[in-house]
Ligand binder design. Structure first.
Ligand SMILES: [Zn+2]
Length: 304
């Protein structure tokens, strides 16, 4: 899995990064298997911003983008970085050498897709649309027995409630896209279009497009929807790496792990860390997202 760090090497990276930027490591909870959930806090004037990564265990590149961002961040904000939201999935991926079924390497130790485990806005009900989350524990997108049932999610929610981030980026791989929350107001759509342009303007390697197709967009229990609608945080999912690049490198290394993680991560890390910074800087210049108490999810199809 060279050049990616083992679980203990990753935690060492977290400590070294915190020390290098004059920040501190903040343990904010424990995973199902008792691994510490670690965030880095870099003090600063202004509201909090939060960069999260690796909610899916196999997406190692995302933690590296988050840690690079920590080193280059120069923002009028208190900067928080949670580089690995799912340390059990990371450890399972390491133990399996990145091979096996996606469900086993993506989810937490209870088999839950943590990015389908957040409470949904306005009591929205789960959708049947593919990828929106499954009720079957064997599926790669099992949403778990109840919203926030998983310690990794409930601990993160407690942290977010405490710091109430103004803006946040959640790093994934490998689709090379920016996925904003599901918003129902034109002003919010336009704000996310502007924020996505700000990201692209600073990316130096691949410039990601915004994925936005309202008829197929539903509430799924994803982190960004929770952040935007419940915490009033400008939030986006950034998927590092691209499908063509992922397919192209299969000539060199096969296996599930290399579908998600570039063999040569350096240009992706540089480019996407700059993109993360650009998103947060642009969002800090906006007012916080408005709470939309009148908005009803049934205004768009696909949600019961
Ligand atoms: Zn992911």
């Amino acid at each position: 899995m060279n050049p990616y760090p083992s679980p203990s090497q990753r935690d060492e990276q977290v400590r070294q990064t915190a020390a290098a930027i004059g920040g501190e490591v903040v343990p904010y909870g424990e995973s199902v298997e008792g691994r510490p959930l670690l965030a880095i806090r870099k003090p600063g004037d202004g509201p909090a911003v939060l960069v999260c990564a690796n909610i899916h265990g196999i997406e190692y590149i995302s933690a590296q983008v988050a840690l690079r961002f920590a080193r280059i961040a120069d923002l009028p904000a208190e900067v928080w970085i949670a580089p690995c939201l799912n340390p059990d999935g990371y450890a399972a991926t390491w133990a399996a050498e990145g091979a096996g079924r996606l469900g086993a390497l993506r989810k937490n130790a209870n088999g839950v897709d943590l990015n389908r485990n957040f409470p949904m806005p306005w009591g929205a009900k789960p959708s049947w649309i593919p990828g929106a989350g499954s009720t079957h524990p064997d599926d790669a997108t099992w949403r778990g027995p109840a919203p926030a049932s998983e310690p990794e999610v409930s601990a993160l929610i407690a942290l977010m409630n405490r710091i109430t981030p103004w803006a946040g980026v959640n790093l994934h791989s490998f689709m090379g896209t920016l996925i904003p929350p599901r918003v129902l107001h034109l002003a919010d759509h336009r704000a996310y279009a502007r924020l996505a342009r700000a990201v692209r303007a600073e990316q130096t390697h691949a410039r990601y497009r915004r994925l936005c197709f309202p008829p197929l967009d539903v509430f799924t229990g994803e982190q960004e929807d929770f952040q935007h609608h419940i915490l009033c945080t400008w939030a986006v999912c950034m998927e590092t790496f691209t499908l063509p690049a992922s397919l192209w490198q299969r000539r060199r290394r096969k296996g599930l792990f290399w579908r998600f993680n570039p063999i040569d991560p350096a240009p992706w890390i540089t480019s996407d860390a700059a993109g993360v910074t650009a998103f947060l800087a642009a969002a800090l210049r906006l007012d916080r997202p408005k709470r939309r108490p009148g908005a009803q999810p049934r205004l768009l199809p696909g949600v019961q």
